[in-house]
Design a protein around this ligand. Structure first.
Ligand code: COA
Ligand code: AMP
Length: 627
């Protein structure tokens, strides 16, 4: 394909978006094929393929077995932290999934019921997700690095009939007691599931509570269940993500539009073919895991890699390259932080030279800004295109990329690429006007969003409208700032809200502030993200202590760090606190977080006109500068 293929494709979409997506929809299996692209009563809120019926598990597994690919590899499980390694063919993965789906049905789980999945990176987690999809239950996977309170908040919001979990997760230096964490979460939560299904790992055995807890194995031996024909618009999953406030937002993903978008992206963005080995080195608790460990590669007939380990220390920074050689991986997708971790431990890339990675065609990076230095290092050492691309939990699949499958190789340093077909970006000024090229502003996407993007927030339609649709009428607000150059390359500059990205994990500083402000000695606080060489950003807490509490300052710091671990979770990487005499505020009392962020990162700061207490800035600069 020529490079123009991308331009032609994008123009074809612009000319007739509905015909374009109806055409793409022909590439996925349907029980009832759609006759309509979207419900055009409302141009802003497209319901994609409203009269189509399909099933995400069918599209991921059954169709390949029906087409004679049952013996092909579907799932490669590699777990350096436990020493386990396993391969599932499509037939084996289908059998396991169908039995578990039957077991869930026997527990009374029906289409539309919610099932929370709180599991480490083990095949049973993927089987659980697909089993839910098979019977039309809506899964909600919660990342294992969150603490019990965060899990409880999600349980209370999603109100699952059943929770599926495991006895433990395994981090390089310790076991994570998932089942006790789940019990703790259920002791906090108001909502109680009817049952918890527990997978016992050999590293730790969990105590089961009579009548409520059921061994995973019992469900896994139930009679198999068939796939339910689901309306394309029916929710496949809820995935909670961080927003501006402490309460997480439950992104709702539909079924039909998502399958179509993932199939399209596997071919056109990732240049991936059935039979290829696709490795998204992320976690099933994040959107990258949902779309490109589980559904995308399987829908495309690829073998997907499930990796339970770290990039640099299980056992060393050569782990990725050895696995690429072992399984002939053709696409690797990870967060820049993982590459930075590898580079820190192996700056010369000597491990790369020790493995045959000739199968690898592309390295895709997303989840946070890919700094040009890391991109340059990786492309130099690997000798393949390194493609930064941008998307969000809300969108579900890439919106800005170099579409490798459409022959696009053109990139610009610092840019995540050009708009992917389906997405029309504009940049807005504060007064709502579209700004000319090269001018920074709020990145927005013209509505309607393409198939696969969020349809609403779970039981929070008003919040959905307020957070994404109200600020610029007719556009979706991404929450990122950026600019577009004359050739359409989009440069993402960072969030405009209180979301930070720590090692590719999206976290809310608002939620962290809630934890700090609950401490009896803290009068006021702000949490900001500061630049971090390895993790991209790390949080730092600025606290104003009660009079007299200064003597206990170090003790208070330790208490706050521990509170953060037990409330938000270790994933917050909250390790730095500074006691400050006050915080800069506007006259209406709003803390000037953007000003603090700039100061902490050593940028020049012009005090905003609205500042009430400009004197505090000079006091803070000496405290923050030594970060
Ligand atoms: N369950 C329980 N705890 C977890 C966890 C999980 N699934 N994942 C992480 N944690 C814990 C870690 O053990 C660590 O705890 P510690 O403070 O006691 O050491 C803490 O959460 C922070 O973890 P992490 O952010 O992973 O930092 P790290 O220093 O352990 O590793 C990297 C750094 C760069 C190697 C790691 O973050 C990484 O591999 N990142 C890839 C990013 C990624 O997959 N992003 C997803 C979007 S693409
Ligand atoms: P998440 O929903 O966890 O995928 O996080 C989405 C956010 O991560 C985006 O809104 C961006 O702020 C950031 N992000 C993701 N990918 C990139 C990228 N390639 N470049 C810059 N920021 C990114």
């Amino acid at each position: 394909m020529t490079e123009n293929q991308y331009q032609n494709d994008y123009q074809a979409w612009l000319r007739d978006p509905e015909a374009y997506w109806l055409n793409a929809a022909r590439n996925i299996p349907w029980f009832t094929p759609p006759s309509l692209a979207h419900d055009s009563h409302d141009d802003q809120r497209a319901v994609w393929f409203p009269d189509g019926k399909t099933n995400a598990c069918y599209a991921a597994l059954d169709i390949h077995v029906d087409n004679g690919a049952g013996n092909q590899t579907a799932l490669i499980y590699e777990s350096p932290v436990s020493g386990a390694s396993d391969i599932y063919t499509y037939q084996r993965l289908l059998d396991k999934t169908a039995h578990l789906a039957g077991g869930l049905k026997e527990l009374g789980v029906k289409a539309g019921d919610r099932v929370v999945i709180y599991m480490p990176m083990i095949p049973q987690a993927i089987i659980a997700m697909l089993a839910c999809a098979r019977i039309g239950a809506i899964h909600s996977v919660v990342f294992g690095g969150f603490a019990a309170r965060e899990l409880a908040a999600r349980i209370d919001h999603a109100k699952p009939k059943v929770i599926i979990s495991a006895s433990c997760g395994i981090e390089p230096t310790r076991l994570i007691p998932y089942k006790p964490l789940l019990d703790e979460a259920l002791a906090i939560a108001s909502h109680q599931p009817q049952h918890c299904v527990i997978y016992q790992r050999e590293q730790m055995s969990a105590t089961l509570i009579a009548d409520r807890d059921i061994p995973f194995e019992i469900l896994a031996n139930a009679p198999p269940a068939p796939c339910e024909a689901m309306d394309a618009a029916s929710p496949l999953y809820i995935l909670y993500t961080s927003g501006t406030t402490g309460a997480p937002k439950g992104v709702v993903r539909d079924t039909g539009g998502y399958i179509v978008a993932l199939k399209w992206s596997m071919e056109n963005v990732y240049d991936s073919k059935p039979g290829d080995v696709f490795w998204a080195a992320s976690d099933i608790g994040w959107v990258v895991g949902h779309s490109y460990i589980v559904y995308g590669p399987l829908i495309n007939g690829c073998a997907t890699v499930l990796y339970e380990g770290k990039p640099n220390c299980t056992p060393d920074a050569g782990a990725y390259w050895r696995l690429i050689q072992k399984h002939k991986v053709s696409t690797l997708f990870t967060a820049p932080t993982a590459i930075r971790a590898i580079r820190r431990d192996d700056p010369d890339g000597s491990y790369i030279g020790e493995s045959d990675i000739s199968s690898l065609k592309h390295l895709f990076l997303a989840g946070e800004r890919a700094d040009p230095d890391t991109v340059k290092w990786a492309s130099g050492k690997l000798g393949i295109p390194v493609i930064d691309h941008w998307w969000q939990t809300e969108l579900g699949w890439p919106a800005i990329a170099a579409c490798a499958g459409l022959g696009e190789t053109d990139t610009r340093t610092g840019s995540a690429g050009r708009a992917v077909s389906g997405y029309k970006f504009e940049v807005k000024s504060e007064d709502g006007k579209t700004v000319p090229p090269l001018t920074e502003g709020a990145l927005v996407i013209k509505l309607p969003l393409p198939p696969g993007c969020l349809s609403t927030l779970w039981e929070a339609e008003e919040q959905y409208q307020d957070a994404y649709l109200t600020e610029h009428e007719g556009y979706y607000l991404t929450g990122d700032a950026g600019y577009v150059d004359d050739e359409g390359f989009i440069f993402v500059m960072g969030r405009t809200d209180d979301v930070i990205n720590v090692a590719g994990h999206r976290l809310s500083t608002g939620a962290m502030e809630e934890v700090l402000s609950q401490h009896p000695d803290v009068v006021e606080c702000a949490v900001i993200g500061i630049d971090d060489k390895m993790k991209g950003q790390c949080p730092i807490g600025l606290i104003v202590l009660k009079n007299g509490a200064q003597e206990r300052q170090n003790e208070i710091y330790e208490e706050l760090i521990s509170d953060m671990r037990t409330t938000i979770g270790p994933v917050a990487s909250f390790k730095r606190i500074k006691s400050v005499p006050g915080l800069p505020k506007t006259r209406s009392g709003k803390i000037l977080r953007a000003t603090l962020r700039k100061m902490a990162n050593g940028e020049d700061v012009t005090p905003p006109a609205t500042i009430e207490n400009p004197d505090i800035l000079s006091q803070l600069s000496s405290i923050l500068i030594d970060q």
